[in-house]
Design a protein around this ligand. Structure first.
Ligand code: ADP
Ligand code: MG
Length: 231
């Protein structure tokens, strides 16, 4: 826990966590783009994959490495660790093994790197919560539609007034509170609209307005992310 208290303070890495309690919203994709952009800007970047069932982030990095080898291009690569999930029948035992691995990974890199980019699974878990409580910056990608709002809260489609907060938003609030109590640091929460339609529909404007209302209530900044693109 002491280590947790040190995170984010001067001399240790800035922690960026990708989180959203929904699969397929673009966490792993955005994690890779953030890591590569930081590397290109000359920052020292370590990456941690906490979604070891899917391992998308780990695969994206492995693909980049393979491509660099094949083409001979000097592509920037982060120092990467994938945390293995505990596989015993005892939840407490699994969590303690995961905690151990995660803390070792963080303490190994926190003084040698400028940024740690952490990708999390799209479901509530012990490791996912722990990562959220360490975040200096939390990045939450959401697909650009009203349907994906429910990960943050509910908005009245006619008036845009916020009618409720989601389980995930409450979890983030809780992580923020813990973090503030621990070391007085405040987390910057950024919600990124992913898969933006280039057509600029009416619906897109509704989404932008709804997000704005939610951002006041929940305390995040909403920004435009990637357009829908052919992968
Ligand atoms: N802007 C985008 N345009 C098109 N496809 C996207 C975009 N962002 C993500 N995807 C695709 O959507 C799928 C889910 O993205 P991923 O980053 O793995 O989400 P998550 O990590 O939140 O589950 C992947 O196949 C990814 O390539
Ligand atoms: Mg993922």
């Amino acid at each position: 826990m002491l280590m947790q208290a040190n995170l984010g303070q001067s001399g240790s890495a800035h922690v960026i966590v990708l989180g959203n309690e929904k699969g397929g919203s673009g966490k792993s994709t955005t994690a890779l783009h953030i890591a590569v952009a930081l590397l290109k800007a000359g920052q020292r970047v370590a990456t941690i994959d906490l979604d070891c069932r899917q391992q998308s982030f780990t695969r994206y990095i492995a693909n980049r490495q393979a491509w660099a080898r094949r083409t001979g291009l000097a592509l920037e690569l982060p120092r990467h660790v994938c945390i293995k999930l505990g596989e015993t029948m005892q939840i407490a035992e699994n969590e303690s093994a995961e905690f151990e691995q995660f803390m070792t990974a963080v303490s190994t890199v926190e003084r040698m790197f400028d940024f740690i980019v952490i990708d999390t699974p799209g479901s509530d878990s012990y490791l996912m919560r722990l990562a959220h409580s360490m975040a200096d910056t939390l990045v939450t990608p959401i697909n650009d539609s009203f349907l994906d709002f429910d990960v943050l809260g509910t908005v009245d489609a006619a008036t845009y007034s916020v009618t409720g907060e989601s389980h995930y938003a409450e979890m983030v609030r809780d992580s923020r509170r813990k973090r503030r109590q621990l070391d007085g640091a405040s987390m910057d929460w950024i919600v990124v609209r992913n898969r933006l339609s280039m057509l600029g529909s009416r619906n897109t404007q509704f989404v932008a307005n709804g997000l704005k209302q939610l951002s006041f209530r929940l305390g995040f900044r909403a920004i435009d992310g990637f357009a829908e693109r052919v992968v």
